[in-house]
Design a protein around this ligand. Structure first.
Ligand code: NAD
Length: 340
């Protein structure tokens, strides 16, 4: 590193690439985005113009060959992640990679081996760990404030499904959407899941089923320490983004509700009501995206381990593979069946 500022290159200027470019531009004085690339050059140009990024690179190879760049953000679609991780590690760049790392554990292992032999730092984009509500839930479990946990409930419903083109390359609901909840489950409880049972269906849009995916799922988790968890997913909740958690423990419970654009309630002659929750991840998790990026930048600058490691990226993929196997085979699946 030439100065104490982290110089960053962004690969992928879509939905999440834009979120990180904005954070880096306006909220992180310790970092500077020096180049961005996208196979759709216009997308990269428009993000560069909006967020004062001085250069649009012709390719990811150009970013990786740039000696001025210390770290890369991999924000391109999931099927591109492991090749880019391997190339970035070989180029000596520190890496922030969006979730999930990949759809297969073999590919993930190859990428993590490249990271380890290059000695670079890797953080995976599980931003919800940095959300202040979920962090407080974790604190209540870790400190014993609610006693010994026994039941975990995660409700995670999107306001509307993504486009079919995204669904086709996303790896399916468990690897794309529930993956965040799998990460949340092990983060909040502080232990590993050993068995998963899933029942699921297509209740939102038949086109999602025709694309080979599901849009509605209930996943039951059994942790090594005995905690029983459930994850309730839907690709569409008519009232908006629904992100809630509850944990019951021997001394009490902790729960978090949805976040709202304002705290106002309107009281009339027949009802009391309020505005809908913040509509989707860009609004609901804005602060957590900024915090995760701050955490990555400071880990690299201060040469500390990242908070969400490669193994933290691998385990939820194993959980997602177990969930899909459970759905396909109509039975509980132990995690060791998919990692063997
Ligand atoms: N952490 C989160 O909450 C979160 C939210 C959304 C997406 N994601 C993840 O981020 C990744 C991207 O998702 P998105 O929603 O931004 O998708 P997107 O389709 O909006 O954007 C992806 C961009 O990458 C570009 N691209 C494709 N191949 C490329 C390549 N080889 N090199 C450079 N650019 C390339 C595309 O042209 C597109 O502009 C996915 O892995 C997704 O799972 C994470």
């Amino acid at each position: 590193m030439t100065t104490n500022k982290l110089h960053i290159g962004i690969i992928g200027a879509g939905r999440i690439g834009k979120v990180h470019a904005e954070t880096l531009a306006f909220r992180l004085p310790d970092a500077q985005t020096v180049a961005i690339t996208d196979v759709n050059r216009e997308a990269a140009q428009s993000v560069a113009a909006r967020f004062n990024i001085p250069r649009v690179a012709a390719s990811s190879a150009e970013i990786l060959a740039d000696p001025q760049i210390d770290a890369v953000l991999i924000c391109s679609p999931t099927p591109t992640h492991t090749d880019l991780i391997i190339q970035a590690a070989q180029a000596g760049k520190h890496i922030f990679c969006e979730k999930p790392i990949a759809f297969s554990l073999a590919q993930i292992d190859a990428a993590l081996a490249a990271v380890s032999s290059a000695g670079v730092q890797l953080q995976i984009g599980f931003n919800r760990r940095f959300d202040s509500n979920f962090a407080r839930v974790r604190q209540a479990v870790a400190s014993g404030e609610i006693g010994t946990p026994s039941l975990l409930q995660i409700i995670s419903r999107d306001p509307a499904p993504p486009p079919l083109s995204y669904i086709r390359s996303s790896g399916g609901i468990f690897l794309d959407m529930t993956i965040h909840d799998f990460d949340m489950a092990r983060f909040l409880i502080g232990d590993e899941v050993e068995e998963i049972y899933t029942t699921a269906g297509v209740m939102v849009d038949p086109a999602i089923g025709q694309a080979g995916d599901l849009d509605t799922a209930l996943t039951v988790l059994r942790f090594r320490n005995g905690v029983i968890g459930s994850i309730d997913n839907s690709r569409k909740a008519a009232y908006g983004y629904d992100q809630r958690v509850e944990i019951l423990g021997s001394k009490g419970k902790i729960d978090t509700g949805n976040c709202y654009p304002n705290q106002a309630t309107v009281s009339g002659a027949t009802s009391v009501y309020r505005d809908l929750p913040l509509n989707f991840f860009m609004e609901r998790y804005t602060e957590s995206f900024a915090s995760e990026m701050r955490s990555f930048v400071s880990a690299v600058l201060e040469r500390r381990p990242t908070v969400v490691t490669g193994i933290d990226g691998r385990i939820p993929v194993a959980m997602a593979l177990a969930a899909r196997k459970s759905y396909d085979e109509h039975r509980p699946v132990r995690i060791e069946e998919v990692v063997a």
